[in-house]
Write a protein that binds this ligand. Structure first.
Ligand SMILES: Nc1ccn([C@@H]2O[C@H](COP(=O)(O)OP(=O)(O)OP(=O)(O)O)[C@@H](O)[C@H]2O)c(=O)n1
Ligand SMILES: [Mg+2]
Length: 407
């Protein structure tokens, strides 16, 4: 098969392929960008595979960076763009199910493509537009199928993360996982214990954001892969529930995805923190999920007060999206309107600050100081006091007097 028209990103990189070919070697576009071009999707990174050894690549081009020289990857810099160029390789022995003990550079494209994960990812594109398809990847693309190259089990022994990748591609592309590949995932799921959680997180997050997420979650359960994901062992029922909610939906935000997951798992804010830490999520994401979960868990029981709404703060948009995706029969629009109408959205917007308390009321920093500000903040949010300096000063005076009488 020959492509008549190449996307702009490939056209821009053509001089690189041609220069390598001109020096007497082979060079091809490979990986996800070839797959996505054939699917008519936009492409991101352009990967190049070549028969030239790293030293030879570096001799051809003036500007290169050794980004992964041990594995045969050199970045070629061209007109402000960087192109990762990797020498054809086979990865001979694997003892830990993730990294090859040694990489052997080879001159044959076929040997390189043969050790790639799935047939749809094992296509190569030549500079003249010819698609090299040694494993019927084109047919699998047309039939919407994810199939391992050669023996699935061997591919998963080389890198167990590929089992997660199969599930994530099925979610992103809306493809089915072919039966023997699926069986090999089921048989080898425990190998995921060898994989760093950060890598699993990247794939699982992409899975949650895919258009066919409900199918991927059901396949995840069917193969038992969830039993090797942090905190998801034995959460079959919750995950089926999540899949159900997402049948007609696609999540477009990472934080929303993880907030929805923790909500459907029935976690408290504190439990969610432990769960998300075990997935090595950032403190920033954890903070937003915690705030959102507090509100959502309250909404599960009864309506919330303006103060509870206020405390969600900047997590409000993500939280309302999760509410819409969830099974709770509550309209997010009414909460959105209530949030918009709050007298203040943050402490800093209070018409009176610590400086005013010191200057005007001669109050020294201490426990009472904090108590006064917190009380005013609460009363303003709840509409019990206007957010107006004289009003707040008067209220502050009353609180201070009461406190002193109490002593
Ligand atoms: N565990 C892996 C990771 C990658 N690859 C190969 O390396 C290519 C590039 O890998 P990567 O960028 O991680 O994935 P893509 O398939 O390009 O997907 P994406 O569009 O998400 O980048 C893949 O297409 C595949 O041929 C592989 O065989 N096994
Ligand atoms: Mg890629």
């Amino acid at each position: 098969m020959k492509l008549q028209q190449l996307p702009q990103e490939f056209i821009a990189a053509l001089p690189i392929l041609e220069k390598i070919e001109g020096a007497g070697y082979e060079a091809y576009f490979v990986g996800g960008s070839v797959r996505d071009t054939l699917l008519g999707k936009p492409i991101h990174d352009v990967d190049i595979a070549t028969s030239a050894f790293p030293k030879e690549v570096k001799a051809i081009f003036e500007h290169t960076v050794d980004t992964g020289i041990k594995h045969g990857t050199v970045m070629i810099l061209d007109q402000g763009q960087g192109y990762e160029t990797t020498t054809f390789r086979t990865e001979s022995t694997y003892t830990d199910f993730r990294r090859p003990d040694e990489v052997t550079f080879v001159r044959s494209l076929a040997e390189d493509l043969q050790r790639r994960d799935f047939t749809i990812n094992a296509l190569a594109l030549k500079s003249d537009g010819e698609v090299i398809d040694l494993f019927d990847g084109l047919k699998d693309l047309t039939d919407h199928r994810i199939r391992a190259v050669g023996k699935a089990e061997e591919r998963f022994f080389e890198d167990a993360l590929r089992m997660m990748r199969a599930l994530r591609f099925s979610s992103q592309l809306g493809f089915e996982i072919e039966a023997t590949t699926l069986q090999a995932i089921q048989d080898n799921a425990a190998l995921l214990n060898n994989i760093a959680v950060e890598r699993i997180n990247t794939e699982f997050t992409k899975l949650l954001l895919g258009k066919n997420v409900w199918y991927a979650i059901l396949e995840l359960l069917r193969t038992g892969v969830h039993n090797y994901l942090p905190g998801l062992e034995n959460s079959d029922i919750d995950l089926v529930g999540l899949a159900d909610l997402l049948k007609q939906e696609q999540i477009d935000d990472v934080t929303v995805a993880w907030m929805l997951l923790t909500f459907e798992l029935g976690l408290t804010a504190d439990d969610a923190q432990i769960f998300l830490k075990s997935w090595k999520h950032s403190n920033e994401l954890i903070k937003v999920v915690r705030s959102g979960l507090r509100l959502l868990n309250q909404l599960r029981i009864k309506d919330v007060t303006d103060w509870q709404l206020y405390q969600v703060g900047t997590a409000i948009q993500a939280t309302l999206k999760v509410l819409d995706l969830s099974e709770l029969p509550i309209e997010s629009t009414s909460l959105q309107v209530r949030y918009e109408q709050l007298p203040i959205k943050e402490k800093q917007a209070l018409a009176l600050n610590g400086g005013d308390l010191t200057k005007t009321l001669a109050l020294k920093p201490g426990p009472l100081f904090g108590k006064v500000l917190a009380t005013l903040e609460y009363k303003v949010v709840m509409g019990e006091l206007a957010n107006d300096k004289p009003v707040l000063l008067k209220a502050a005076t009353t609180i201070i007097q009461k406190d002193q009488q109490g002593k």
